[in-house]
Design a protein around this ligand. Sequence first.
Ligand code: UD1
Ligand code: UDP
Length: 357
Amino acid sequence: MIGIILGTRPEIIKMSPVIKECEDQGLDYFILHTGQHYSYEMDRIFFDMLNLPHPNYNLDVGSGTHASQTGKIMLGIESILSKEQPEVVLVQGDTNTVLSGSLAAAKLNIKIGHIEAGLRSFDRSMPEEINRIVSDHISDYLFAPTEMSYRQLVKEGIDPEKIFVTGNTVVDAVHQNIEIAKNKVDILKDLGLSPKEYILVTFHRAENVDVKERLEGIITGLKLIKDYFSLPIVFPIHPRTEKMIEKFDFSLEGINVIPPQGFLEFLQLEANAKFVLTDSGGLQEETCILGVPCITLRENTERPETLEVGSNVLAGVNPLTMLNHAKNVVREKSWNNPYGDGTAAKLIVDVCREVSK
Ligand code: UD1
Ligand code: UDP
């Protein structure tokens, strides 16, 4: 039996091809949702729109400090894994759900498969960096999306026999949903937008939105870019960002703020944007896959493949630097997608099927 652990928006999206593959292969599996994300538009909407089975368990842990969230998730997972006794659990990415899921499984001597292993920003002030490192080093099967992530794991002393280069399941998710999106939703029409005549923005990283000066820098930069291009800036706002903008009493006047979108709507917004400004990990990958230029509002990235192929640039949060990068990236260019051919989920599930026999 395979235990699939997830808890946040990107995990639901990137696990969706794995869940579908388990269904297609008729495997014995269960879904354990930690409840780290719980608002409808950060959670349920993805199960509904992507036709995913409802989780077998939901720990409903909600928000909290790192220790309290991680501790609650570990307690909940321990009791479920003790009961279900899966041969292998799968975790995806770098959230607190991943850290707690893999730690709880490791202590029960249950095998762990880490999807999206080997990513490094080399910035330990990011909570995600700690989560990735710990999870990689206690995992039994490391599903590295690229050769670069494979090499990083080997460099850290991880046995190459444990590492499988699979591509990233986000490619599977984009391929599976982009056509469905065309037939099912028309968000551009709903928002009165034209293709390539708007800029898409998302940001939510703690190190950006919880720090007043950095948040202010991003907002000022967005306003400069809006004035320069005279194009609408569409901003599906993450709840954390909304909370912090309210707290610091900043204004987003002139920016087209909308609620977080479902994956089909969001893919459409992304694919048709002139360019994207973001601090999201998933968006750096998806823009690369969709052929849309990306400007990352950070000083570093654990997705260096996107810098290497030229789909992405690092701008940080200085308003003028953001504007200068925006002026440069609009030039038409193309690149190869380094994240695989959309068969990651099958490769991952095939490995799990073998070990859970
Ligand atoms: C988490 C992950 C981050 C990931 C992001 C994806 C960690 C440490 N962080 O960050 O790596 O990129 O998810 O979106 O695991 N909130 C709601 N509704 C929700 C969820 C959150 O209102 O459904 C609000 C709460 O005010 C909460 C805040 O957002 O305090 C932050 O939520 P949390 O899950 O702690 O971290 P994220 O910033 O979402
Ligand atoms: N996403 C979405 N609706 C939105 C914003 C993002 O469906 O309004 C999707 C996006 O396509 C990507 C994932 O959510 O697949 C990224 O999640 P997020 O940026 O929250 O997390 P990160 O990738 O940074 O961990």
